[in-house]
Design a protein around this ligand. Structure first.
Ligand code: PMP
Length: 300
């Protein structure tokens, strides 16, 4: 059943076909939409996508949780992402594939509904300097793995992130930090968290977070810098005596946390482990570390 032809749009009654960009679809109404965020870097071997197969796998996994049929197979999808980068003549930037239930359909029954797949691209300004943020531990708890499949990157989940973000911003912080239902530190709205103590890196267990590709990368490369990496449950008290804290995400790469409400404030650091990890991460993503060249997929 399709909606009737006349709709109200920004103060006027117009025909629905005038607003074809705004179809009444289940992706918009119920959050039935999945997406990925992917970086393209300028590297020694030309423009190349960082960890493309991991992003493709996560995208297909996300779609499968919503029983969404993607019209391409994984290889065709990866080719389409590369084509978008080539057609936009990108040397570096950000790519965002998105799939959503796009039928103008009422009700929550998405099974067998039509899916639209699109891939967008953005330029991305490469920053040399380190980005710094403050965080507030917000009152909203992270979505629970008993409620949703947190391994999937589903648009509807981000309402939780938005609510936390509003609270953090209105209280004068940059970003929210979410605890899980039991009070353990989980993650930010769109990023994972790492705590540095001496030569050890600690990050929350996979159960209550989206397992970021950047998180996995940092865990894999840590030992190269003689860092021990631990996945563990910890409460906000654990942050009090941290040497450094940082966030990870495809877009932000690694971002320094300067302050966390009521439990952490960055001390003056003479030797920064974070800077060392960030520099190494940047070298790897720019194709300067031979050992990890297989993480880069050239677009040509
Ligand atoms: N957690 C959430 C909720 C996210 O949206 C993201 C961004 N995709 C991350 C963590 C970091 O994931 P990644 O390193 O794969 O970008």
């Amino acid at each position: 059943m399709k909606p009737l032809n006349k709709i109200w749009l920004d103060g006027k009654i117009v025909s629905r076909d005038k607003a074809h960009f705004l179809n009444f679809h289940q992706g918009l109404n119920y959050g039935g939409c999945v997406y990925e965020g992917i970086r393209l870097y300028q590297t020694a071997i030309g423009p190349a996508i960082f960890r493309l197969p991991e992003h493709v796998d996560r995208f297909f996994y996300s779609a499968s949780t919503l029983r969404m049929k993607i019209s391409l197979d994984k290889d065709e999808f990866a080719q389409a992402i590369k084509e978008v980068a080539r057609k936009n003549k990108m040397k570096s930037g950000y790519l965002r594939p998105i799939a959503f239930y796009s039928e103008p359909k009422m009700g929550i029954n998405i099974l067998n509904a039509e899916v639209t797949l699109a891939i967008f691209a953005w330029p991305w300004k490469e920053k040399k300097e380190e980005k710094k943020v403050t965080m507030k531990i917000v009152k909203y708890r992270r979505l629970d793995p008993d409620t949703v499949d947190l391994r999937a990157k589903i648009a509807g989940y981000y309402v939780n992130g938005i609510l936390g973000f509003i609270e953090a911003r209105e209280d004068g912080f940059d970003e929210p930090l979410f605890l899980d239902k039991k009070g353990y530190v989980a993650e930010g709205a769109v990023n994972n968290i790492f705590v540095i103590k001496g030569n050890s890196l600690y990050t929350p267990l996979e159960k209550n977070i989206l397992t970021g590709v950047t998180r996995k990368t940092v865990m894999a490369i840590g030992p190269d810098l003689k860092l021990k990496v631990y996945e563990k449950n910890f409460r906000p008290e654990f942050l009090r005596n941290a040497d450094e804290i940082f966030l990870t995400g495809t877009g932000i790469e690694l971002e320094r946390v300067m302050e966390i409400s009521e439990c952490y404030s960055q001390k003056q650091t003479t030797k920064s482990v974070l800077t060392e990890v960030l520099n190494y991460y940047r070298k790897i993503t720019r194709g300067e570390v031979r050992k990890y060249k297989h993480w880069l997929t050239p677009i040509f």
